[in-house]
Design a protein around this ligand. Sequence first.
Ligand code: ARG
Length: 262
Amino acid sequence: MFGLRRARQAAAALAVTAAAATTLLASPAASAAPQPVVGGTATTTTAYPFMMQITDASGNQFCGGTLVAASKVVTAAHCVVGATPRGVRVIGGQTYLNGTDGTVGRVSGIWVNPDYTDATNGDDVAVLTLSAPMPYTPAPYVASSQTAVYAAGTTARVLGWGTTRENGSPSNQLRTAAVPIVSDSSCRTSYGSDFVQSDMVCAGYTSGGVDTCQGDSGGPLLIGGVLAGITSWGEGCAEAGHPGVYTRLAAFSDLVTAQVDS
Ligand code: ARG
């Protein structure tokens, strides 16, 4: 199982330079059960103005990101590791992948957590610096002291353009869903030593059915409207007993702030 998950992470990273991101993001090991990602609902960037598409230079979306300051975007390390600023764009204010109404931002800097190796080892956080400010309202993000937000059972919100089922196709329209935070002990039962409690938090229903999926990585997990997690990894999507795994942002809040202030 570990190998399969690693393969998926590698695919997401490769998509940085791939035109056919959808093909690469599909998991060959996934089950065929038709479980809607996010089992959630369609929404808009008007409702979530900080929600950014991360694309390659040709505009192919491969990850999500969250605007946390006018020219700073939080995403996952596995989304942009190995990428160059000129190979990446950030698109704000564009509800539809095929839309033309948004703001395309160029990237002047990519900070990847220097401790990052693989999503299943934790440290899955990166900050992009934009060449020009985005005309959208940023999201607040958790402070390092706000560890209590991750209490099991708390409702969190996830967002993205990722596949709407395991092995499925991306969603042209931004989608969102609500998922409960899973206890660390339960997530440990699901994932064993791949779950790094200090760096990760899990969310999803015991019975599955609602989750982020391929292409949602890098996007936000919001708790009470505050950015508290980053979509990172999971075994398949929306499978019973395998919740989504998110970067526990409070653990990296000070590192992010150092980048936001730089
Ligand atoms: N690694 C995926 C990506 O690059 C995100 C997977 C999230 N999986 C899950 N079951 N929640 O888009």
